[in-house]
Design a protein. Structure first.
Length: 113
């Protein structure tokens, strides 16, 4: 059941890149750049396995967009974006420690291998 309070829950998916992953001007400044997206999940019942899978799909989509924005354009970009996305989602799943999300991630990982 979605309550008014629960409806506003959101996660922030973010990646921070240091100077090596940004423009030459940023390298000179030594600045770090942060890219992020919000992921709404207030409409989900995270005690239900299928909603854990829905949250995983939302996190993967947000992570993919963040990593695409944050990764410089090179011939290796597609591989770098995939690696970044995988690492970001894996970190979020571990950090959030939601059983249904972890189950969905484990299922997805076993299918991919």
């Amino acid at each position: 059941m979605v309550t008014a309070k629960a409806f506003w829950r959101a996660l922030s998916v973010g990646v921070v890149f240091g100077s090596l992953a940004t423009s030459p001007a940023a390298v000179a400044d030594g600045k770090k750049t942060e890219f992020s997206r919000s992921v709404e999940y207030g409409d989900l019942d995270l005690s239900v396995a299928s909603d854990g899978a829905v949250l995983l799909a939302r996190l993967e989509g947000a992570a993919r967009r963040v990593c695409d924005d944050a990764t410089p354009r090179t011939q290796l970009k597609p591989h770098a974006v995939a690696d970044c996305t995988n690492q970001t989602v894996e970190g979020l799943v571990r950090q959030l420690d939601i059983k249904t999300l972890t189950l969905a991630w484990s299922d997805r990982r076993s299918v991919a291998e």
